[in-house]
Design a protein around this ligand. Structure first.
Ligand code: PLP
Length: 451
């Protein structure tokens, strides 16, 4: 018989545990403690199979920028499915949704980032980037310039390539990551690792690790440096102001391509269209996904500057995905970009969303468990600590307190995530101030229950 939202929760959970393997989950645990079944969503609230209304403080997985339930998005998808549900962009073919979306992205992205190679996810786009930067240098007569430098705790995706770019040691421990030629320097996490240094000195010191790594490997061996403008899944690590200018100087000085992974930061999250603009850097390539379609369809891509596109364009780049530029995903992304622009949602982040979120979360900093607030635009983290002044870490297994707090949030109908003992907030960009009040009240209750 058909499986529907109307079935009893326990039955849905049992079927889920029997046949569905979840990402980043101990799947056996689903048998004893079923997954929460999400049945609908509207605005910034999810509904579960028990009828609870859950405030989504994470915008899904940092992607639901325009909020749930926008009918225009469904209408565009239906229209496109009737007209042209699929065609590829291999072998000298194209279609209007891919043409239109690439134009629009070229218009919105800064500088001469004018060319888009489409993918269906951030992981795929970062895999494209690995092959693209290596091919670029090979075509320019420097095949040895193939090493890529990234950062510890970075998240760039889950495929073999993008998981290798990422700096998550628990991911590297499974399945043979990282692939050769990828190196990881430390992240600019002043709160967690800055010790007695001033944030500015620490920012410079962490940026200089890039220079040291380039010198160690040899300038003629390094193809690119990849980083998120503000590290997201690593814990919302907002770098000190000194960090990015020094990174830019080093990339320029050693002729290293700079890849900005904008999968979270892009499309308004930091208060401008792209995190690179907020942080004042000029990447050669941007990775985009998530907010490109606000998660309504899977789509991502690599946005490439004129110089790289020209070099890659002179040869056959033997790379692509069946769904590169998928017409339905592209049409839906186009509609998302229309909504973001016409409703001035990115401007609203700067004028309303970010100040309201900051003011709300600042109210939690006096809680005995909260060590501070790290925030840029509408992405934030609250590090939990047993001792605020020394920024001490909990003695228990790292992440235990964060895990408990996240569970308490969920029990209080609030989605927040934890990275170690940092609590993360990244709501839909359209969240209203009164819903931020709800978020703060539920988070405080969860903190009290954790303490
Ligand atoms: N890059 C960043 C910065 C991300 O945060 C993510 C996902 O969270 C990815 C890449 C991978 O994107 P996807 O999950 O769409 O493959």
């Amino acid at each position: 018989s058909a499986i529907t939202n109307h079935m009893p929760t326990a039955e849905l959970q049992a079927l889920d545990a029997a046949h569905h393997m979840h990402p980043f989950t101990t799947n056996d645990a689903l048998e004893t403690r079923g997954a929460r079944v999400i049945t609908r969503a509207e605005g910034v609230y999810l509904t579960d199979s028990e009828g609870n209304s859950i405030l989504d403080g994470m915008a899904g997985l940092w992607c639901m920028n325009i909020g749930y339930g926008r009918k225009e998005m469904a209408e565009v998808a239906a229209r496109q499915m009737m007209e042209l549900p699929y065609y590829n962009t291999f072998f000298m073919t194209t279609h209007v949704p891919a043409i239109a979306l690439s134009q629009e992205i070229a218009k919105l992205t800064p500088g001469d980032l004018n060319h888009v190679f489409f993918a269906s996810s951030g992981s795929e786009a970062n895999d494209t980037n690995i092959r693209m930067v290596r091919t670029y240098w090979a075509e320019k007569g420097h095949p040895g310039k193939s090493h890529i430098i990234s950062r510890k705790n970075a998240y760039h995706g889950s495929s073999v390539g993008s998981g290798s770019l990422g700096g998550m040691s628990f991911m590297h421990a499974q399945g043979g990551l990282p692939i050769p030629g990828i190196h990881h320097i430390n992240q600019p996490d002043w709160w967690g690792e800055g010790g007695e240094m001033s944030p500015q000195d620490f920012g410079i010191a962490r940026a200089r690790e890039l220079e040291n790594k380039i010198l160690e490997l040899g300038e003629d061996k390094v193809a690119a440096f990849i980083a998120e403008p503000v590290q997201g899944a690593g814990g919302v690590i907002v770098p000190p102001d000194s960090y990015w200018p020094e990174i830019q100087r080093i990339c320029d000085a050693y002729d290293i391509l700079l890849i900005a992974d904008e999968v979270i930061c892009g499309f308004g999250r930091t208060g401008t269209w792209f995190g690179s603009e907020t942080m004042g850097v000029r990447p050669h390539i941007m990775t985009i996904a998530k907010g490109l379609s606000s998660g309504y369809q899977p789509i991502g891509g690599s946005v490439v500057c004129d110089e790289v596109a020209e070099v890659i364009g002179a040869t056959e780049f033997n790379h692509g995905y069946t769904y590169s530029g998928h017409p339905v995903a592209a049409a839906v992304a186009m509609e998302n970009l229309r909504i973001l622009q016409e409703e001035k949602i990115v401007d609203r982040v700067g004028s309303i969303g970010a100040p309201a979120l900051k003011a709300g979360l600042e109210q939690l900093v006096d809680h005995p468990l909260v060590g501070g607030l790290s925030i840029k635009g509408m992405m934030a983290s609250l590090p939990l600590t047993p001792h605020k002044e020394s920024r001490a870490k909990f003695a228990a297994e790292p992440g235990t307190v964060g895990y408990i707090c996240r569970e308490r949030c969920f029990a209080n109908n609030l989605v927040m995530r934890h990275v170690g003992d940092r609590m993360i907030v990244s709501p839909p960009l359209v969240i209203e101030p009164e819903d931020i009040d709800v978020l703060v009240a539920r988070a405080r209750r969860a903190l009290d229950e954790t303490y």
